[in-house]
Design a binder for this molecule. Structure first.
Ligand code: SAM
Length: 195
């Protein structure tokens, strides 16, 4: 089912994943719009709710059917879709989430490092197509290096910074934040409500 983690992410990693949200232009958690990719058993989902995100502003994406069912039981009030992150824009559009505007952040629990470059490219392009200009893509990885190579970052126009190390996590994990230099070509275009 494409699960790259040994254990569900721990509390320290969940907190480190959410830290970049405090640096967003919209700093009020109740107003922040977030999409979570690869929610698994819901470690980051729970942290996002505890952080103060409003259910209407959170879209949770999980591809695996059984994990999607588990998440549905654990978080009955959430906007939760079973979808592939490689087709995020279409799935988010079909869910109605984008009618509320673009996302401020994408929190990724995907095992991006173990994915082929073409899949990484697809997921990042989809994510930035639903993010507002200046929005950020937050990704954890085991180890110290960015899971997105310099070559792919340059191709996609992404800047990266390391946002933290969750050393108590098993295994220890680093958090990286990716942002795209703003250009007109990268402006969020709202979905056509007639489609
Ligand atoms: C490494 S696990 C992380 C789970 C959880 N976020 C955590 O940190 O404990 C990755 C999760 O991403 C899901 N996943 C993998 N590829 C996906 C894809 N292309 N689209 C959506 N979800 C995917 C897996 O089913 C799994 O639940």
């Amino acid at each position: 089912m494409g699960v790259a983690a040994v254990l569900p992410s721990g509390r320290q990693l969940s907190q480190k994943m959410l830290k970049p949200l405090s640096l967003l232009p919209e700093s009020d958690p109740a107003q922040q719009r977030v999409i979570e990719l690869g929610a698994g058993t819901g470690a980051f989902t729970r942290a996002l709710i505890e952080h103060g995100l409003h259910c209407a502003n959170l879209l949770v994406v999980e591809r695996d059917a059984s994990l999607h069912g588990l998440l549905r039981q654990r978080f009955p009030d959430l906007q939760l879709i079973q979808a592939d992150a490689c087709a995020l824009r279409t799935a988010a559009q079909a869910s109605g989430y984008l009618l509320g505007g673009p996302a401020d952040a994408v929190i990724s629990g995907l095992g991006l490092l173990s994915m082929p470059r073409a899949t990484q490219r697809s997921i990042l392009n989809e994510a930035f197509s639903v993010l507002r200009p200046g929005g950020c893509f937050v990704q954890f990885t085991y180890g110290h290096a960015s899971p997105v190579s310099r070559a792919l970052r340059e191709e996609l126009g992404l800047q990266v910074r390391r946002a933290g190390l969750a050393w108590r996590n098993a295994p220890p994990a680093s958090v990286f934040v990716y942002q795209r230099a703003f250009t007109a070509a990268h402006t969020f275009s709202p979905p056509d409500a007639t489609q």
